[in-house]
Write a protein of this length. Sequence first.
Length: 178
Amino acid sequence: MRTFIRSTVYHARIALEERSFRVNTMDADNRGLLITCPKCGQRNRLKYEALKQPFRCGECETELRAPGNPVDVKSDLVFDALISRSALPVLVDFWAPWCGPCKMVAPEVRKVANETAGQLLVAKVNTEEVPSLGSHYRITAIPTMVLFSNGLEVARQAGAMAAPAIRKFIERGQLNRK
Ligand SMILES: [Zn+2]
């Protein structure tokens, strides 16, 4: 009996870990990020303007941490809202599914998103899925990283980068900021 209980708890924990592992991107709409409360499962919208402020679940008041995962941006509307309203600088990784170097960059971008949670928002744009964004921002090579601050582009660089190079790129971009 005791073994049974222990193994049930164990399996429940594994299931939970698998679930949180699978959620490696976050949803976003034209007003903010959509964050699911880990405690009660309630969906919360964290407004772009309020990204620097502490945030609690509307249902159970659990403090929700600033996003440490890249945000998948799937439309022009959401992209424009995010860039123009975000209280935090935004690093955008323009990528495509057929691009080999993009696949190598993806875990590096995730690493940076995790380290800079609360100071920087990391977004990903699949240029196959939203080609209008690629052409609007004149993305001629992928992967390309673009850093935005207060709605303006402050830096960009094409080509694969490992996490330390991405961090340096962000630092340089922050210096360009007015
Ligand atoms: Zn909650």
